[in-house]
Design a protein around this ligand. Structure first.
Ligand SMILES: O=C(O)CCC(=O)C(=O)O
Length: 294
């Protein structure tokens, strides 16, 4: 066992549009902007009690930390619950139950009055402001977003730890073919370097996000998250503008994902095992060769 090398994600209080574009967007550098939400009503209002009051009656799909196996689609809820009961759980005990990609526009439009799209030069896709909820101890598997959007990720209520890796480190992440996540058997907090030697070559960026923090996650960045307390976040996204990334976005969403779901539904476990063994073998062979030539 070991631990993955990390440095701190830089923190700033404020940033102008020009400075953001030059120092963060163009070089694709993550940053936490602490002051961005301070003038928003959300900064004062958004906590678990407020969401419980606002939308407690909704029945919501919840996902746990266990990967879906066998002849099932890649993303299947573990259970459904009334939001009010789920939030009570978040406030009172650890749970691995999470809720994700909950569209504010469709599900909690009142929240739109509490925040604004920051003027940072990003062209936000305003149809998709989405929320994520997690219980104390819940984990989000290392992945990147298949739409390759530049993301502004805001956290509310409590703390969570976020670790990022740039797209250039994908060869050492053990990405499962036809997906955007890495091997589910890897524990990124206590990685087994004997079994997964490529992880020793990673160098991540880490931060503990607190209420109101805004994290800029550049396009294609891997993120791995552990909730330290029950809490929630909101992500605003700006789709890529380059033709190469747009083509990749379309192929991820309309070719890769449907293909993966068909293979899962027809071959199930056989398909999953084949892909997992393939990435493990291929990555470890490359690392072994590198070591022989070092
Ligand atoms: O914080 C979470 O629960 C997940 C966030 C995430 O994966 C995202 O914004 O893309």
């Amino acid at each position: 066992m070991g631990s993955i090398r990390v440095s701190d994600i830089p923190r700033i209080d404020k940033v102008s549009k020009e400075q953001f574009l030059k120092e963060y967007y163009e070089p694709q550098q993550p940053v936490i902007i602490e002051g961005l939400t301070k003038g928003w009503p959300a900064y004062e209002k958004w906590n678990l009690d407020y969401i419980q009051e606002l939308a407690g009656d909704q029945v919501v799909p919840l996902y746990n930390n266990k990967p879906t196996r066998g002849k099932k689609k890649s993303v299947v809820p573990a259970r459904e619950m009334k939001l009010t009961d789920y939030i009570t759980l978040l406030k009172t005990e650890p749970t691995d139950l999470r809720m994700f990609f909950y569209n504010i526009l469709d599900k909690m439009p009142q929240l739109l009055e509490d925040f604004e799209y920051p003027d940072l030069g990003l062209k936000f896709f305003k149809r998709l402001p989405v929320m994520f909820f997690g219980g104390k101890g819940s984990k989000v598997l290392a992945h990147y977003d298949m739409d390759l959007a530049d993301l502004l990720h805001f956290h509310f209520h409590g703390h969570k730890t976020v670790t990022l890796f740039p797209p250039s480190q994908t060869p050492n992440m053990y990405r499962v073919p036809y997906t955007v996540h890495n091997l589910e058997t890897i524990d990124m907090d206590a990685p087994d370097f004997k079994k997964y030697p490529a992880l020793q070559h990673l160098h991540g960026l880490k931060a503990e996000m607190k209420h109101g923090d805004a994290l800029y996650m550049p396009s294609g960045y891997w993120h791995y998250i552990t909730y330290q307390d029950g809490g929630f976040s909101m992500t605003l996204r700006a789709f890529p503008r380059s033709t190469r990334k747009l083509a990749k976005l379309l192929s991820n969403v309309f070719v890769m994902r449907p293909f993966e779901n068909v293979m899962r539904l027809t071959l199930g476990e056989k398909w999953l095992n084949y892909k997992e063994q393939k990435v493990l073998r291929k990555t470890n062979k490359r690392i072994e060769k590198q070591q022989q030539h070092a």
